[in-house]
Design a binder for this molecule. Sequence first.
Ligand code: OSB
Ligand code: MG
Length: 377
Amino acid sequence: MTVTIKTLTLHEIRLQLREPFTISSGTISMRRILLLELTSMEGATAWAECVAGEMPNYSPETIDTCAFAIREWIALRVLGRTFDHPNDVSPELERNFRGHRMAKAAIEMGVWALSAIHDGVSLAEQIGGQREEIETGISLGIEPTPADLVERARAAFEEGYRKVKIKIQPGSDIEFLQAARDAVGSDAALMADANNAYTSADFDHLTRFDELNLMMIEQPLAWDDVVQHAELQKRMRTPICLDESITGCDRAADMIALGGGRIVNIKPGRVGGFSESIRIHDLCAKHGIPVWCGGMFESGIGRSYNVALASLPNFTLPGDLSPSARYWEQDIVTPEWTMDGEGRVKVPRSEPGIGVTVDVDRIADLTVRQETICESP
Ligand code: OSB
Ligand code: MG
């Protein structure tokens, strides 16, 4: 069924993380989250989430640039527009309009949810996702000492997590990873994420990571680089996984052509939404490149999209899809996201749309800024 967009409402909420989280490019303790409420002429409402952070330390986008882009440019291209299929949104948003992928993704994914509601199917079913459950990994921030990290890594495997990702930076890397490796055993699913903390001057240092038997090392080099990663991958046995650099399917093709990595972390917000995520998924599948779904500290709304996406067949590695309680005292959806003792999150399939109920009263309480954009009459 077609979708005609009637209104877009931006809601900025603040949600305190249960604990501060440190990566090589900064620490966060409170999330400013931009939520998007979309209504259709057909009478449906869907909520989506823009994953941009407060500062441009992951990508150039921030919550404020996204609100600006949606208000000034994106809304004009979608309000009052009829889309025969959600795949038609992205070409409309890409036409003579560079970048701003996180802002575009929030709208594009919202249209996927609206179309799922109109068709009476779950979001997972709408994209053709078959998986019933997603294996879950946890992303652990940089800890003050190796002993602190060891405690967390142990606890994570005890909780059932299928993969433990450890944030690293120069000075908090090999010693920390080795301590975790020694504590959890040689076969445990450990990986590292550097968020661009190294350069080509560190190649000799990075090749020493091969002794740690990591599943992969994520984005060790510059946030927009593929070429240097290919140089590094030639010297390393450990698979490189790209995150920041994969801003779309073309960059994934570059990675494959150059050998810049052997695994892709797909975050739908980073690449402009679901259509582009599915293109990357399909391209990687064709080339035997496994993918997994990353996270951006989404609320339960953003998480629902990630879980649906990860139900596609080539998401063969555990995703950064921790349950709500890992992040928040209380989430903004019911039921909250949970994980079973085997580290699995269930893909909701019984209701149309994202599969969780948005707690609009709680969102109203948490809202610091709200703005509705309608088509001019
Ligand atoms: O690099 O994957 C990343 C969070 C914010 C920004 C970048 C990253 C992350 C995470 C958190 O690793 C994953 C999660 O949401 O649990
Ligand atoms: Mg990452």
